[in-house]
Every structure is written in C-alpha cells, then in structure tokens.
Ligand binder design. Structure first.
Ligand code: SAH
Length: 214
C-alpha cells in the first residue's frame, strides 16, 4: 500500500472513531476522512497523526484533538457558501476542515511563523482560505459580517468586538474560561442587540492572548 492510501485509510478510521464518540454530522465526518492531518504536524510526530489526541506545533501551541475539531465544527452547523471566521489558525488543520465543507473561510493567527507555515501547507494541499496575521480580538471588521465565528483558543471573557462582527441569525462557538478549563459555549445573535448563550461541555484549550508575535 502506498503512503498516501495508508494515510487516507487512517483518516477514515479516525472518522469512524469520532462517530463512535458521538459526532453525527456526516459532512464533518467526511471532512475528517479527507484532510491529511499528518501534513500539519512535525514529521517526527507522524505516527500519532491519526490518533484522537492534541499534538504540539511550533511556538508552544497545539493542533487541537480531532474530537474537539469535529465537535466545534458540528456546533457551527456550517452550510456550503457560508462565511466563517476562525480565530487561531495554528497548524491550519481546522481551516482545511472548514474549506472541505465549502465554506468561505477567513482565519487569523497571532504568531507570524505559524501563519506562514499554515499558509504554505494549506496551499500545497489545494486549500485557499483567506489567512491573516493579526490579533483575533480585533476580528476582521472590513470583511464582516460573518455567518459563523469559531474561536479555537480560550478567551476568559467573550470578545465583544467579535460579537459585533456576527450577522443577525449567526453564531459563535467559543471555549470560554481561564487556564483551569473552559466551557464550550455557543452565542447566537438573535437581533442587533440581543444574544443567547448555551453551554456544551468542558474542554481545555491554549489561552487566547492579545497582540501579535513577529
Ligand atoms: N485551529 C488550530 C488550533 C490551534 S491552537 C488548529 O487547527 O491547529 C490555538 C491557536 O490560537 C494558536 O495557534 C494561538 O497562537 C492562536 N491564538 C491565540 N490567541 C490568538 C489571538 N488573539 N489571535 C489570533 N490567534 C490567536
């Protein structure tokens, strides 16, 4: 078996494992089967690429656990063509999943080196999300409003500027809380001024931090 088909098999197995763990959105499961996760991590860790665990990437950051990626994506209920803003490009893996789902993807990363590396990998694989080096707390006012916003690092409080960049009827998925752990939270914008919150379990993310690192 070639390396490529072996890796595709492993990605399919991972997708089956996530189904058993409770992910039911077929489009999310298909995206997990189709994105080569090993391409987003250091070669030395490739033996772990299709295990359901987070792995370290550069600058002390992590590529989220596949279950967490699938769970957050499922909560987004992304429809093809929707405009989605991701905060925390990191490895680029989550952005690739969003591209597989045919969304119009925008993603911001605060570390320049991660932004650069993610861009190279994504483009090599044929994914072309709109990537930005910047502080996710600011969002992208010039590209707002977004149908959905996905935050993949943990802020202690709801980032207010991002709420304002949601369209009415859209929602944000955000792991909310300090270093001890976070509650996965969905915040719906029901009118210009009204928001509704719901909680969806406990997770652990790297913190969302202000400013950029060149
Ligand atoms: N979605 C990523 C997960 C990476 S971990 C993936 O699929 O690999 C979270 C990422 O959020 C880290 O890369 C971290 O640098 C980034 N981050 C933290 N605070 C940020 C901010 N204010 N703006 C943009 N990115 C931020």
């Amino acid at each position: 078996m070639t390396d490529l088909s072996r890796q595709h098999n492993e990605a399919k197995k991972l997708s089956k494992e996530l189904r058993k763990k409770g992910i039911s959105d077929e489009r999310v499961l298909a995206a997990i089967s189709n994105v080569p996760r090993h391409s987003f991590i250091d070669e030395q860790l490739s033996a772990y690429a299709y295990q359901d665990r987070p792995l370290p990437i550069e600058s002390g950051q992590t590529i989220s656990q596949p279950f967490t990626v699938a769970y957050q994506t499922e909560l987004l209920q992304l429809q093809a063509g929707e405009k989605v803003l991701e905060i925390g490009t990191g490895s680029g893996y989550q952005a690739a999943i969003l591209c597989e789902m045919e969304a119009e993807v925008y993603s911001i990363e605060r570390y320049y080196n991660l932004y650069q590396t993610a861009k190279e990998i994504l483009n090599k694989l044929g994914y072309y999300p709109n990537l930005f080096f910047g502080d996710g707390f600011e969002g992208l006012p010039e590209h707002a409003p977004f149908d959905k916003i996905l935050i993949t690092a943990a802020p202690e409080k709801i980032p207010e500027k991002l709420l304002q960049q949601l369209r009415v009827g859209g929602w944000m998925v955000v792991p909310l809380g300090g270093r001890g752990g976070q509650k996965m939270t969905v915040i719906r914008r029901v009118s210009d001024t009204e928001f509704k919150e719901s909680e969806h379990g406990d997770f652990i993310f790297v913190p969302m931090q202000e400013g950029t690192v060149e």
